[in-house]
Design a protein around this ligand. Structure first.
Ligand code: FAD
Length: 820
């Protein structure tokens, strides 16, 4: 075996093959793929998958990865070397509904698919019967039909992709070559060890599927996934399909209410079931035999599914089995794949927990990332750096992995909090939240109040919110409206402890932050600056504030959920000469927001520092005392009101709550939860990273040009942004309000020109504005549709709702409230 390569890919399953294929297409050579077992008919999951591909996903990223996979597999097959077997059947897919809840869910999916540009239809039972004549359809409401979905033969896809990758010697594949060690020197992976020798490489990609955690450990990187058993059967020929010769002609089918899926094999049928307890297997305990990813078929786990299958496809009632097996695949705590490189071990990339459905796209995204330095789509939802500290623990991976398996086909509301592994991160004043009847949601492991039942008492004191019904009424309470108005008209106390707080210090800190941020950082000590961090292409990689606490000391404050991605980005770009220190100080500080027109009246009596507008102006920070408590106070507000973010060492956090609470009672202080916080920020037009902005959008089209200083000197993304500015924008993030203010939507809905067929864009954020009395949606629109007053239609649940582009922000456009 050779002893050097540009890139070594560990694992010759569909992910490894796809990555090699795309790297070769982008012009890389000297690619090596190693597998511990045989190639193509591999030891892992790819050779066992029945290969159903459903492209639709609530996540645009995951849907795009699936669409790229279809393109990859079809493209590779078209150019396949003579003699290669067929690997892809583009037969379409059906997700059937026999409950009203599922039918409603399919309507939501239709909206979603239009938003993502995936062609789909809702069809009636008659049309379902035409497409799959052997299905019982009398009890169906209908089905969600995606004509471009596919079924693939995993091992043939692998062989085809590998054949392309090996063309002209770009890639070399080695079978029976297990990686036994990963050498890391000075924080960089430099080589792999195998029984056939050491192989040095510039880059190493871990695509080892179920064995990802084992390989990750060799490099010192967490790969939080768990192998999970999954049962599948295939029948002998069915008389009802006699004469059928095409390998797959019927669309692939999901019957999610029964946790089942079906596919045709010419004159036979196959089906799989999630209708059993999750049967997890630790990655370390995978057997060392010829079939490590196949476990004994446990008939008791399939009994109920048999009955359901016979009901749905009556021909299966008397079917005999040709094959039954129990294969292993991977589940992660949030159900998403794991991609990318960590700043701890540079040069070691992971591409793990990837379905056949997404492997073609994952290979493409990873190859783009390796070759160009950044992928062409936003990958935040699958980034390896998204996991909070507790998430790689085996217990957490098991607890959440199990839920993912159980809920894989369930109708899950986008706000539904996870049921397991809760109460992990508690603010020091958590008992106070509970005492106020907090409705607790979870974010990044933190328990956060969405609203407080104690505030039901406020309902009679403010304008009532329009009543919600159905889907939009779930995980919502009219109390949210009262809390919102309490903050706007009086004063609110907000739990901000979950914010990620990063301290950047050292003689190189200013220069480093100047290079990473788009705004001017060279401001006096005590300044707060709102800024984006950009990718080289000018995409918004992070959206945060930087507070200068000293000449060489800065606080970078960012969201709780996205914080570790931002931390990783900072660490990736930090100079290695010791001039900059980056520390995650999230756990060191509790944080509370005190916002509302009466905030000064609450805080001044317990503070000996002058809190007047002159002494403590907007966008500045000071070290103060609130009663006995040492506090770093930031005069800033994501709610758009007068007030401060107060940061205090964690052990003072409970006392800070109590002190502010007591001081606030004469002024009508109310605790305000996350539901109201979101509607406050949307009225004010404050963008949310991950929804309104991310790497696919630049600050100019996002309306954040005011926080960019192209003339300050060089910074990452500056060149690209200058080009974008010179060429002019094509789209813009717009505020829209519905003609009927009682319309409540949830986000991700497609936006159309009146009567138009092609979506102009989709809703990035939506909520009711309880102060402005409007139902608000934000989304990017082509410039010709972006002028205030332009009518649009937003599709939700089978209906188009008229709306209109509005000047933004809708609340306090002159920032009078903030600056008083
Ligand atoms: P694998 O195919 O497992 O490949 C990983 C490779 O890494 C293996 O070949 C292994 O030998 C190699 N390796 C491991 N350790 C080492 C080492 N130390 N050194 C060298 N090589 C190593 N997906 C769908 O999209 N649709 C479906 O319908 C579908 N149905 C499924 C049904 C079943 C029963 C199962 C089991 C899976 C199904 N899947 C389906 C999931 C899908 O098969 C997997 O997600 C996918 O194949 C994973 O591909 P991979 O390349 O990551 O992993």
């Amino acid at each position: 075996m050779q002893d050097q390569a540009r890139v070594v890919i560990i694992g010759g399953g569909i992910v490894g093959c796809s990555t090699a294929y795309h790297l070769a297409r982008l012009g890389w050579r000297d690619i090596v793929v190693l597998d511990q077992g045989p190639l193509f008919h591999n030891l892992g999951s790819s050779s066992h998958a029945p290969g159903l591909m459903f492209q639709h996903n609530n996540s645009k990223t995951v849907c795009t990865l699936a669409r790229w996979s279809v393109e990859t597999y079809l493209g590779a097959e078209r150019l396949a070397p003579a003699g290669s077997g067929r690997s892809v059947w583009q037969v379409g897919s059906l997700e059937i509904a026999h409950s009203p809840q599922r039918w409603e869910e399919l309507k939501r999916k239709l909206g979603n698919s239009r938003a993502w540009g995936l062609e789909a239809q809702l069809i009636g039972p008659g049309e379902v019967k035409r497409l799959v004549p052997i299905m019982y359809t009398d009890d169906l409401y209908g089905a969600f039909y995606v004509p471009s979905d596919c079924d693939v033969k995993g091992e043939v896809v692998c062989e085809t992709l590998a054949a392309h990758a090996q063309k002209d010697g770009a890639a070399t594949f080695y079978a029976n070559t297990p990686v036994t060690g990963v050498e890391v020197k000075g924080g960089r992976a430099v080589a792999v060890q195998t029984p056939h020798g050491r192989l040095q490489a510039e880059l190493i990609v871990c695509a080892a599927g179920l064995w990802g955690p084992v390989i990750g450990r060799m490099a010192g990187v967490h790969v939080p996934l768990t192998p999970c058993q999954h049962l599948y059967v295939k029948t002998r020929p069915l008389p009802e399909l006699a004469g059928e010769t095409e390998w797959v002609r019927h669309p692939v089918v999901r019957d999610q209410d029964q946790d089942m899926y079906y596919r045709q094999y010419a004159n036979a049928y196959g089906f799989g079931s999630y209708r059993h307890d999750p049967l997890l297997v630790p990655a370390d305990e995978l057997p060392h035999n010829d079939h490590p990813a196949i476990f004994p078929f446990t008939a008791q786990h399939f009994e109920e599914s048999w009955e359901d299958a016979a009901h749905r496809i009556p021909a299966l009632a008397k079917a005999e089995l040709d094959l039954q097996f129990n294969g292993l695949f991977s589940f992660t705590p949030d159900g998403n794949s794991i991609l990318g490189e960590t700043p701890d071990v540079r040069g070691f990339w992971v591409a793990e927990a990837v379905w056949v459905t997404h492997a073609g796209g994952v290979g493409r995204a990873l190859a783009e990332w390796l070759v160009a330095g950044e992928p062409s789509i936003d990958l935040r939802e699958v980034d390896v750096n998204r996991f909070q500290l507790h998430m790689p623990s085996a217990a957490f991976v098991r607890a959440r992995g199990e839920r993912q398996y159980i809920e894989v086909y369930d109708v899950i509301h986008q706000l539904q909090p996870p049921a397991t592994a809760r109460e992990l991160r508690l603010a020091p004043y958590h008992a106070r939240l509970q005492a106020l009847g907090a409705e607790l949601f979870e974010s990044a492991g933190w328990e956060k109040a969405q609203w407080y039942s104690a505030n039901e008492d406020l309902l009679g004191e403010f304008k009532p919110a329009p009543r919600r019904a159905g889907w939009a009424a779930r995980f919502w309470s009219p109390t949210i409206g009262a809390e919102h108005q309490a903050a706007r008209e009086r004063v609110g106390l907000f739990d901000l402890t979950a914010f990620t707080k990063i301290e950047v210090t050292g003689p190189g800190a200013l220069g480093f932050l100047q290079r990473l941020t788009a705004n001017q950082m060279d401001r006096p000590v005590g300044s707060i600056t709102y800024t984006s961090l950009l990718t080289p292409r000018g995409g918004i990689r992070a959206d945060l504030t930087v507070t200068r606490l000293g000449d060489e000391r800065f606080w970078v404050l960012t969201g709780g959920g996205s914080g570790l991605l931002d931390l990783a980005w900072l660490r990736f770009h930090a100079p290695g000469d010791g001039s900059v220190h980056i520390q995650n100080v999230t756990s060191a500080y509790a944080a509370l927001g005190l916002w509302g027109p009466r905030a000064r009246e609450v805080a001044q009596p317990i503070c000996e520092n002058d809190l007047s507008n002159t002494a403590f102006p907007y966008m500045t920070a000071q070290q103060i005392y609130l009663e006995y408590l040492p506090v770093t106070a930031l005069r800033i507000s994501y709610a758009g009101e007068l007030g401060w973010e107060f940061y205090t060492p964690t052990e003072y956090g409970l006392r800070l709550w109590d002190t502010l609470w007591a001081a606030g009672q004469p002024h009508g202080l109310a605790a305000v939860g996350g539901g109201a916080f979101d509607s406050l920020r949307l009225e004010k037009g404050y963008r949310l990273w991950g929804s309104d902005i991310h790497t696919e959008y630049n600050p100019l089209e996002a309306g954040l040009g005011f926080a960019v200083r192209l003339k300050k000197g060089d910074f990452i993304g500056r060149e690209a942004l200058a080009q974008i500015k010179a060429h002019g924008l094509t789209r813009k993030l717009c505020a829209m309000t519905f003609d009927d203010p009682s319309v409540a939507i949830m986000g991700k809905e497609p936006i159309f020109a009146p009567g138009g067929e092609q979506a102009l864009g989709y809703v990035t954020s939506a909520n009711y504005g309880y102060s402005v009395g409007q139902s608000i949606a934000y989304g990017y629109l082509p410039l010709e549709h972006a002028a205030p007053g332009t009518p649009v239609e937003i599709y939700y649940y089978g209906q188009r709702h008229p709306a209109r582009v509005r000047p933004e922000p809708l609340y306090d456009p002159e920032n009078v409230k903030l600056k008083c």
